[in-house]
Design a protein around this ligand. Structure first.
Ligand code: SF4
Length: 281
């Protein structure tokens, strides 16, 4: 991480704020690798973050412009920025599963519906780990957590024929992918496509939380054991919802919201300037 840190991140934020063994650093690094692959500089990106472990890991690390949103509301700030900033300025948002699929879901769906030009990186640790390990929106059914000592009875967004990416696809997203945090170049390639897309993109990263999910739900804080459990989720022949790769690629199929809004505004202004006399004389 050091090389990426020196080039793009504020040194006072290094080493990471995450617990030892957490997968968050792997997610953060994938995005930096994608930024490098796209040959973007510090001035080319605005990086927004949400709340919780994912937000804390990423917040104010980027040397360029960045911001933090309140829980689930990072998308509203990004919408304002997207409409105000030039098309070539990239907006990356790193959020957690609560920010994306819980409290922020309605905002997220509207971004997808509008095809807003942002790349949302969801770092999903299967629950509310920053507050001690309560169950959330992607916690597997039956998991013992801090708030479900006898196991959860609520199904999440990733089971029993429900996949949150399907909902986002139906809402109008133009690029969607899912990976584990410990994957290699194929995960970076998805982030490259997401950042490069002139439209709404989301890459769903599932990463191991050793401190709470590992300790409470899996019964072990041992990093190797926790990582092996997560690796099995993504093994060939496993649950198709945990298949890595691009889930939906419709880049270029719909106009990007801010660009089309600008075009429309220019057209209306032009028409108004030629008709003003007629209307009000
Ligand atoms: S609590 Fe879990 S998700 Fe949060 S930083 Fe620690 S290991 Fe990572």
């Amino acid at each position: 991480m050091d090389r990426w840190a020196r080039r793009w991140l504020r040194e006072r934020k290094i080493p990471s704020t995450a617990c030892v063994g957490c997968g968050l650093g792997q997610v953060h690094k994938k995005v930096l690798m994608a930024v490098e692959q796209l040959k973007l500089g510090v001035g080319d990106v605005v990086w927004g973050t949400g709340i919780g472990c994912a937000g804390r890991q990423t917040f104010n690390t980027w040397k360029g412009d960045n911001f933090a949103g309140t829980h689930g509301r990072v998308y509203a700030i990004a919408t304002g920025l997207r409409t105000a900033l030039p098309d070539d300025k990239k907006i990356i948002l790193t959020v957690g599963d609560g920010d994306a699929f819980g409290i922020g879901l309605s905002h997220l769906l509207h971004c997808a519906r509008r095809n807003l030009g942002v790349a949302v990186i969801v770092a999903d640790n299967f629950g509310y780990q920053s507050t001690g390990g309560q169950y959330g929106f992607t916690t597997p059914l039956g998991c013992v957590t801090d708030s479900s000592p006898y196991g959860t009875r609520e199904q999440g967004w990733l089971q029993n024929d429900i996949d949150i990416l399907t909902l986002l696809k139906d809402a109008g997203a133009t690029f969607l992918a899912r990976h584990s945090s410990f994957e290699g170049q194929n995960a970076v390639d998805s982030v490259v496509k997401a950042i490069d897309n002139r439209g709404f993109s989301l890459v769903h990263f599932i990463y191991p939380c050793v401190t709470h999910f590992g300790a409470i739900s899996l019964g072990s804080r041992d990093k190797e054991a926790v990582y092996r459990w997560f690796e099995r989720l993504f093994q060939d022949g496993g649950d198709p919802r945990f298949r890595s790769g691009v889930y939906h690629d419709a880049r270029g199929s719909r106009p990007e919201f801010a660009a089309s809004l600008r075009e429309w505004t220019e057209r209306v202004s032009k028409e108004n300037s030629t008709t003003t006399g007629k209307r009000f004389d």
